[in-house]
Ligand binder design. Structure first.
Ligand code: G1P
Length: 276
């Protein structure tokens, strides 16, 4: 039912300089796979195969990654190296990829609004690729799509964070509906600990209903003078309903060096376990 997934990938990745000076942060590998490929795999596992990127200057490597590389593939054809490309080849066969550019960095809300041209009038997923997620039974986006079928409203993924880290996240308050599900009553973008309505932080997975675009258009710039999806979602929650879902699984903040190293170690351990 939900087919489209938006990847805002225009951000500079300043926390990873100098690595991200000439290379998109989304192409940084965890083991041998770029972050953005993990995100697209998660979308596909949830049934979302129309992939839209809101991209920007210096991000061409993302487009090239989701395309064939004739010279390279010709070179390794018939050798054992071919199988290293199986995963990305199957994504290329399964998905369609569309691109639009965000010209100025004016916030995540603005990036999502720029994606309207790729999404149109249907519910869609949003993946922030630097939040690397591993669901326990199903992927995080898959879990959220199942919830969407039940509630038919926007859903944000949340996790508990230490109070002294609320300044790095959108933070929600909500009425508990079940152990993992909250109906959002408040949302603040990157609050100081004393202003945070809870320690439930939004992580980079969203299901959004298409009325979010008009709400974004009517939302004033917020934190740091940027258009915040968090503010638009609060407006949507006030007018109707937004759910927050404590997902089952693990998430790594690969936008930070510490989170990136933790993700790498985790994936390496998983690989060692698989290979015995
Ligand atoms: C964005 C959102 C924030 C959310 C976070 C999740 O912030 O604005 O609400 O908690 O993603 O990773 P960013 O990390 O892009 O500054």
């Amino acid at each position: 039912m939900i087919k489209k997934c938006l990847f805002p990938v225009a951000g500079y990745g300043t926390r990873f300089l100098p690595a991200t000076k000439a290379m998109p942060k989304e192409i940084l590998p965890v083991l041998d796979k770029p972050l953005v490929q993990y995100g697209v795999e998660e979308a596909v596992e949830a049934g979302l195969t129309d992939i839209g990127f809101v991209t920007g200057r210096g991000k061409r490597a993302i487009e090239d990654h989701f395309d064939v590389s004739y010279e390279l593939e010709h070179q390794i054809a018939g050798t054992g190296k071919e199988k290293a490309l199986d995963g990305i080849r199957s994504l290329i066969e399964t998905c369609t990829f569309s691109y639009t550019r965000q010209i100025e960095m004016k916030g995540l809300g603005d990036a999502i609004l720029k994606g309207r041209t790729l999404i149109g009038d249907e519910p869609f997923g949003v993946v922030l690729a630097d939040d690397l997620c591993f669901g326990s039974r199903q992927g995080v986006l898959h879990q959220m799509v199942s919830l969407y079928k039940q509630f038919r409203c926007s859903i944000v993924a949340i996790e508990e964070v230490p109070k002294d880290q609320t300044h790095a996240y959108g933070v929600i308050a909500g009425e508990a509906i079940s152990e993992r599900l909250f109906r959002v009553t408040d949302m603040v973008e990157k609050p100081a600990p004393e202003d945070a309505p809870s320690n439930l932080a939004i992580i980079g997975r969203y299901i959004l209903t298409p009325d979010i675009f008009e709400i974004l258009e009517a939302t004033e710039p917020g934190k740091n003078g940027e258009l915040q999806i968090t503010d638009a979602l609060l407006n949507q929650a006030r007018a109707g309903c937004v759910m927050a879902y404590k997902f089952e699984g693990r998430r790594f903040d690969c936008g930070s060096v510490a989170g990136y190293v933790a993700a790498t170690n985790y994936c390496f351990e998983q690989l060692r376990d698989r290979e015995g």
